[in-house]
Design a protein around this ligand. Sequence first.
Ligand code: PRP
Ligand code: MN
Ligand code: MG
Length: 180
Amino acid sequence: RPAERPYVIEQMISAKAIAARVEGLAREITAHYHDSDRLIVVGLLRGSFMFIADLVREIDLPVEVDFLEASSYGNAAQSSKEVRILKDLRGEIAGRDVLVVEDIVDSGFTISHVKRLLLSRNPRRLEVCALLDKPSRREVDIRATWTGFEIPDEFVVGYGLDFAQRNRNLPYIGKVRFLD
Ligand code: PRP
Ligand code: MN
Ligand code: MG
């Protein structure tokens, strides 16, 4: 079990830097959707819970919030399969403007599956806002509409991201460094 190996977490992006970037993203998102009264912001559980909570507080529009939990695949051979939903949206999205909020785009499998699933429900528009992007690990050709930070290939935790389910509660983004 990886979390039982001794490790320390070194700060990579401070809470203050995250807050400043979230404010900037929210300003761009508010401008983009300023004439929409049909925006629904969808958080992907569990990693996005902290980011979406901060982001929606800075979006100056009467948005709706919903959540989706999808199983992720680690394997390219399965990438064309329908994403398995562990917790589906509560609301309908047909004809709506949908903004999917994700903590990190790594291989890209999770967000591409979720996009395909939600597009099959015929939203008016679908965009993605990801706090972190690790382009060096990409296996699927996909990009978020808005990205907070591009990061190198480090194991990152905190601000919603877990290491073996731990450390999601950190108010900053850190990288895991093993001591053994
Ligand atoms: C993590 C992360 C993203 C996804 C990114 O989720 O939160 O959703 O992996 O990886 P990918 O681009 O390679 O698909 P995870 O499956 O760990 O679930 P969690 O959000 O509940 O931690
Ligand atoms: Mn996730
Ligand atoms: Mg995880």
